[in-house]
Design a protein around this ligand. Sequence first.
Ligand code: GAR
Length: 207
Amino acid sequence: MKRIVILISGRGSNMLAIADACAREGWPAEISAVISSRPDTCGLRAAAERGLHTAFIDHRQHPDREAFDTALLQKIEGHAPDLVVLAGFMRILTRPFVEHFTGRIVNVHPSLLPAFTGLHTHRRALEAGCKMAGATVHFVTPDLDLGPIIAQAAVPVLPDDDEASLAQRVLHREHVMYARAIRWFVRDELMIEDGIVRHRSGESQLF
Ligand code: GAR
């Protein structure tokens, strides 16, 4: 059984999609813990209601980013995870933290990377006149929102879209894609060569 620790900061809808798929599809894995960077988030409450182990680590209780990341790393390692899943975790992580988990930490970002790293991705896609938008699941490297791409979901931008409607359409696809990407990981179905991630049996990595 692979052990998964999921990090969240708020709503936690991707975390719930992953936990549900893990249970429904009988992955060879368990969600060992859901850890939030903020206390009392609705994601944390929903995880607890499902019987998952929950914890939070409040960044305001730590003097700087290094101290926070050190405490977070210790909390995560207490669960000896095979995989750390960033699911709407809105903290920039330090290089030592990311390097500690190299090859076993993944993220979902709400854009078609490498376009629109950082914040307000849907607003920026609309302002740029993009005709496609989407989300990306990738291995985490010290470069913010970059790293080998595991899967991408592309959705059309509709003429009357605003930021909220586009975000909602992308989020639905994130849930399906992120759960599938993690299933691939826990089943050892991914390989990486020269920074390119491929599915061993050629399953489509486009959603
Ligand atoms: C998701 O849309 C995710 O792509 C985004 O935050 C949202 C979290 O929603 N992540 C980032 O922006 C990370 N850079 P959720 O808490 O309901 O899963």
